[in-house]
Design a protein around this ligand. Sequence first.
Ligand SMILES: [Zn+2]
Length: 119
Amino acid sequence: MTHTTDPNDPRIRRFGDPEIGKQNAAYLVLSEEERAKGFVRQVRRTYVHQFMLDGSPVPYPLMSRNGLAGCGVATTMSLPLAETYARDPSFYGATWCCGCGKHLPVSEFTWEDHTEVGS
Ligand SMILES: [Zn+2]
């Protein structure tokens, strides 16, 4: 996986891009200097496509309150992406799901310990 620190890098796809069904040619990350300033949360690399309801993950294929269901598949990020999340939990609005094969809102995922991925 390639990383870029340039928000205008044309290899980055925006959420809603017609080619959303493919992984990006490059993923935007914070620079090493910015990441070195410290993390506001622990660095975690694996998230699961699942919704939380009343503090518990909604088991697939049960539907969550909004009528959607996560596929329950875990996706592991590269370290620069994981460190970018840990430095700025609101940095990404969407993230890749290996199970669904597309980018989806971060709010549809939890970490393996069931805490929310987004800030
Ligand atoms: Zn999924």
